[in-house]
Design a protein around this ligand. Sequence first.
Ligand code: HAM
Length: 426
Amino acid sequence: MSKGSFKAAKGVKDIFKDKLNRFETIEKTADDMSRLYGFSKIITPMFEDVALFNRADGQSSDVVNKEMFTFSDKAERQLALRPEGTAGVLRAAIENSLLEEPLPLKLYYFGPCFRNERPQAGRFKEFYQFGVELIGPSSYLADAEVILLADSIFKRLGVGGFCLKLNSLGCQNCSQDYKKALVGYLTGVKDKLCGNCKARLGKNPLRVLDCKNESCRSIISNAPKMLDFLCGECKAHFQNLKETLELNGVDYTTDPFIVRGLDYYNRTVFEFVSQDLGAQSAVCGGGRYDGLIGSLGGKDLPAVGFAVGVERLALIAEKQNCAPTEKSGCDIYIGRIGKEAQQVSFETANRLKARGIQAVCELMERGVKPQMRYADKIGAKFSCIIGDDELRTGVVKVKDMNSGVQIEVNLESFVDEFCKNMGKDR
Ligand code: HAM
């Protein structure tokens, strides 16, 4: 069988059939739950001015430094495919004066993101994110609300086994003391760190805490912890958040090594991780970013949000056999034999479609057996074949594809009767 002359590029994938059904179930669930929580949808462009990501995500982050797909347009404007959703959503909120409306502003989004990373299981160059941004409140209740939303989406989908890891990065004041202590400790053990960490130590020491290298991990486990450096306000924020999660039945563990890969976070950061994912275990990541909107030229407003990696969530759902994939299916397949029946079957299918029935008619020129195989493949609930005999007698046999039972129906009243049986009676 010819596979054609071209293959999809490395790190991207086609989504269809079962995988698409699962994807759409996730999108629909995320959509329903976000609206239930009072969020409204925003669609932003897939590419933006590269400077937006440099400013928002941070020059020292891997996402900006190593992973952005950048290009220029004919006017030599420097652009980048979005590596994540937050920066574009905030740019849009500022540019379209959405922050002038009564707060909080609650936005959600679903769409592709692009990172030039080495592909592996659960890690792609193009992937989908579903995310939310809750702008305005500085209260821990907002942090709790977005975490509860993520949790309720997972629960609604029926996927489980996640661990919610929580940490606080403190505020501008207390994080400075912590960074000093961390740099002091890491400088003392610099020789034992991997090359990557040595470089990070100079640029963004917090990212060292995120290193997956085994020998770095044991050094990091003895490093000073941010939670021991939190100022009174940050400590209270974190404590209140934990209590609110407990009160609302969300389990978590405190993990001082969750620092996140983007530079904009302060105070609460969190990740939902799953053992079903292998090395790329984070299915959802987020946190508070109180200084970001101001730094992008908007009002100085606090905010908190998260993004879910849709492929990763779909992978977990597949492993756990939930978010079941429904056959896309159709209500009735109308086959035909012979030239004369061609127009009749086509027209019958169209009359059914006009009344809201998913009707598929035969468009290929093939025999009865392959037509029935096709009806089965597309998940038709009912099928019938119209041929010379049916046209002559005016009677057509309609088969229930599940039970195999056939009933005879008058061709003339067929559309009305079928609609009536399917509850589409006028
Ligand atoms: P992030 O942790 O960089 O956060 O990405 C969120 C999620 O996107 C990850 O937990 C992961 O599931 C998925 N993801 C990231 N990179 C890839 C990849 N290469 N292939 C497949 N999935 C991937 C953010 O992007 C923040 N904007 C989240 C946020 C919103 N924080 C506040 N508001």
